[in-house]
Write a protein that binds this ligand. Structure first.
Ligand SMILES: Cc1cc2nc3c(=O)[nH]c(=O)nc-3n(C[C@H](O)[C@H](O)[C@H](O)COP(=O)(O)OP(=O)(O)OC[C@H]3O[C@@H](n4cnc5c(N)ncnc54)[C@H](O)[C@@H]3O)c2cc1C
Length: 458
């Protein structure tokens, strides 16, 4: 009970672990990945990326997935499986804690369009992960489409693998968008250097950056051979006659990020507008549970790290330590949130995407549910909530459990409950039946390191 448990070792989780350790409380930092860093600091398979250090006091558990969080008296029981996800012999344990920090990040969002299920269509995040993690090229002629500044580092990563980037198609118009957000632009001024670097990379690689334009279809027999792009109006309706066919062998699409909410939902944390609701100390609505990073809003690595530092400090206080208020992290988080709010406005997903779909366009790839079938489940069979929609159409019932399709299906079906309607997954990760059947081994609770009673005077 007397240790801070942090789930997720991205910028938010690492900062939380560091802050809690600095307050002299024991900390366990858990991540399903083999290497520290999360998405932003993703390292290559050799770990030769940036050097990311943790204080020795942090007990770091890599290759360990948290598959469930269970409320118990005075806190939460965190259920873990350690070992490669695809291999046998994973070790199951659980840790009890009175101060749980959730920093599980986000995954990238794609929108369906005809042909998006063809081999050769990647999420932007997958293309970047392959490029950064393994140095693998997704194709020789690659086109990027979607919305958000994330398309730029992905273009850079793809170019580094030796592929040609045919074009980057941004569905919004960021130049106009930022002019309408002067205070957000000012708050993000520190990012100007990074932006200039990406634009220079695009210029050197002779990569056109097309605004208000996107991919509306991918074509090919066995895999992608070409795409149709089109110009869009401000609501993302297709401008008639603007369609163009372009030969490519890979297309990467990214329309922002979806927070990884399942553990927070299992812990019964309140969700607001699709994100975990937190106060200024990063406390959720559930006592003893804190949240930080993309889980609470999409704002980039700087905001995630600032929130993590605040959450780690609050977690240490829950265990009785008395660190001073994290003044600079609080200030950084305030300014980064202004930038994040502006980002959200400039790069928001507009409703016109729903008209890119045909009757036979798959909306749920795992269960092969077409758009027409989904509409029939809603209109003719009156599926009005997630459960009935799943049962009547099977959308969201497949292997990904709605991670890829849930948000889009909820929007298409106009389900009540907002973008998190599909986020209830009591098992947060795949677990084998044999692993479930094993008796739960609870880690013996170590005696708490003495917290200096004079902490505030030091
Ligand atoms: C695919 C992808 C690529 C991105 N690339 C960039 C980029 O190049 N530049 C940029 O500025 N921003 C990028 N972002 C945005 C980026 O996510 C954030 O800016 C930053 O990494 C957020 O930090 P975080 O700590 O909140 O989450 P993350 O960095 O996503 O870290 C979350 C961590 O939680 C772990 N985790 C999640 N669930 C569990 C569980 N159940 N059990 C155990 N561990 C778990 C994950 O393995 C992950 O390491 C990317 C986002 C995504 C999704």
């Amino acid at each position: 009970m007397n240790r801070v448990v942090v789930v997720g070792a991205g910028p938010a989780g690492m900062a939380a672990a560091r802050a809690a350790a600095a307050a002299a409380v024991p900390v366990t930092l858990i991540d399903s990945a083999a290497l520290l860093g999360g998405q932003y600091h993703r390292q290559d398979a050799t770990g030769d990326g940036e050097s990311l250090a943790l204080p020795g006091a942090v007990d770091y558990l890599p290759n360990t997935v948290v598959w469930a969080v269970e409320p118990i008296a005075g806190g939460h029981r965190v259920h873990l499986l350690t070992g490669p996800a695809d291999g046998p012999g994973r070790r199951g344990t659980s840790i009890d804690t009175a101060a749980l920090v959730l920093a599980t990040g986000a995954y990238d969002r794609t929108l369906p369009f005809p042909g998006w299920d063809l081999p050769g269509v990647y999420t932007a995040g997958a293309a970047q992960a392959l490029a950064k993690g393994q140095g693998t090229a997704v194709g020789k002629r690659v086109l990027l489409a979607g919305t958000g500044p994330f398309l730029l580092p992905v273009a850079e990563a793809v170019l580094r693998t030796g592929s040609a980037v045919v074009a980057v198609h941004e569905a919004n118009d960021p130049f106009r968008g930022w002019l309408r957000q002067p205070s957000g632009l000012l708050a993000g001024w520190g990012k100007a250097g990074e932006l200039a670097r990406y634009l220079a990379v695009l210029a050197t690689g002779k990569v056109p950056y097309r605004r208000r334009s996107t991919v509306i279809a991918a074509h090919g027999d066995e895999r992608v051979e070409s795409v149709t792009t089109a110009r869009l109006d401000r609501n993302w309706n297709i401008l008639a006659g603007s369609e163009r066919r372009i030969d490519v062998d890979a297309v990467c699409v990214g329309f922002g990020f979806t927070p990884q909410l399942e553990l927070a939902v299992s812990a019964k944390c309140a969700i607001r507008d699709g994100f975990v609701a937190v106060d200024t100390g990063q406390a959720t609505s559930v006592p003893g549970v804190l949240a930080a990073g993309e889980l609470t809003g999409i704002g980039g690595a700087v905001l995630a790290a600032a929130e993590g530092a605040v959450a780690g400090t609050t977690a240490a206080r829950i265990l009785g330590a008395r660190p001073g208020p994290p003044v600079s992290a609080l200030r950084q988080a305030r300014s980064a949130r202004r930038f994040a709010a502006a980002l959200d406005e400039v790069y928001s997903v507009k409703p016109g995407w729903q008209d890119w779909l045909h009757d036979d366009t798959l909306v749920c790839r795992c269960e092969e549910v077409g758009f027409g079938e989904l509409c029939r489940a809603v209109e003719e069979r009156e599926a009005r909530d997630v459960r009935s929609l799943k049962l009547l159409s099977r959308a969201g019932l497949g292997q990904c459990q709605g991670r890829v399709c849930g948000r889009n299906v909820a929007e298409l079906a106009r389900l009540p409950g907002g973008p998190d309607a599909f986020a209830r997954r009591p098992l947060a990760a795949p677990v084998r039946l044999g692993e479930l059947a094993e008796p739960i081994r609870t880690e013996p609770t170590e005696p708490t390191e003495p917290v200096s009673p004079n902490y505030e005077e030091k």
